[in-house]
Design a protein around this ligand. Structure first.
Ligand code: GUN
Length: 294
């Protein structure tokens, strides 16, 4: 049996570590880290994600502010709200939940967020700093994966890491992090995507396979090298009448058959997912302690 990389437990460990530090900061400074989230509209998934972020803040002793705006809000109004939070010295970190309504430019809004408060790591300043291996806020999902590799002491130096998917939020930063000089890192990285030819053959050569393309059970056992480490970023609901909820969650990897070949694998749920919130909280702690920009 492979090592099951337990993101649920690891994220709880991280949250406990952060909570301990928050208690110290509270005594030292009388103030706790404060995260603000802007949620535009009524998208069900976004409401769930933001709700989970706010709940996690309270669990570990952070202050949080949730700003809700109608989906008819103008770009100017949203930009003004971002500016207001940028200038509010009481707030350490700011996230604007994506996606945004079509009439609002994601680029403009992202670019408005003060890099010092950009705990999602989405601004050009933080993406650039991450790519340069400078202190930066690294986007939550790739940062969570790095932390899992570290805490499970997975060897990455000189390994072939194949990343499937090139999104700005996961695949692209993941490829940069795995190639950088350090640990985890020093891997030989292949970034694959929808135009890649011979994807199956390339995946078969991966010592570390990171799958973030958003297709249910895309990676099957015949695509995986025996002994590979498999990280599954996908999460999809499929109908399942045997469950009380009527659905179950699956990833981008066909877990049962791939687990038989892998040396280590993340499950869905309970793998990468819970790590993203832990990373966001960690970035907010860094922001409160002025650890990235000094
Ligand atoms: N939408 C999906 N993932 C994310 C995330 O990590 N941050 C924000 N702000 N929006 C998202």
């Amino acid at each position: 049996m492979p090592t099951i990389i337990d993101g649920k437990k690891t994220s709880q460990d991280i949250k406990n570590e952060i909570a301990a530090r928050v208690a110290e900061i509270k005594t030292e400074e009388g103030k706790v880290p404060h995260l603000a989230a802007i949620l535009v509209g009524n998208d069900g998934a976004s409401q769930t994600y933001v709700g989970a972020k706010v709940k996690a803040c309270h669990e570990i002793g952070f202050e949080s502010t949730l700003v809700r705006m109608e989906d008819t809000v103008s770009e100017e109004e949203l930009l003004a709200k971002v500016e207001e939070i940028n200038e509010n010295p009481d707030i350490d970190g700011l996230i604007v939940q994506l996606p945004l309504p079509k009439h609002i430019s994601v680029e403009k809004v992202t670019d408005k967020i003060k890099p010092e408060k950009d705990v999602d790591g989405f601004t050009p300043a933080n993406v650039g700093r991450m790519a340069l291996n400078w202190p930066a806020y690294v986007a939550a999902t790739p940062y969570g994966i790095v932390e899992l590799l570290k805490r499970y002491q997975i060897e990455t130096s000189g390994k072939h890491c194949v990343v499937i998917g090139r999104s700005h939020i996961v695949g692209s930063p993941m490829s940069i992090l795995m190639a950088r000089n350090g640990y985890p890192g020093n891997a030989t990285v292949t970034l694959t995507h929808s135009r890649t030819q011979n994807l199956k053959e390339i995946a078969q050569t991966a010592d570390i396979l990171i799958v973030a393309l958003g297709k249910p059970e895309f990676v099957t056992a015949d695509m995986v090298k025996p002994g590979a480490v498999v990280i599954d970023v996908g999460i999809h609901r499929v109908e399942d009448s045997s469950k009380k909820s009527g659905f179950r969650l699956i990833g981008d990897v066909k877990f049962d058959e791939v687990a038989e070949k892998a040396s280590a694998i993340t499950p869905v749920p309970g793998g990468v997912g819970p790590m993203t919130i832990a990373s966001l909280l960690y970035n907010t702690l860094l922001a409160a302690e002025r650890k990235v920009y000094g």
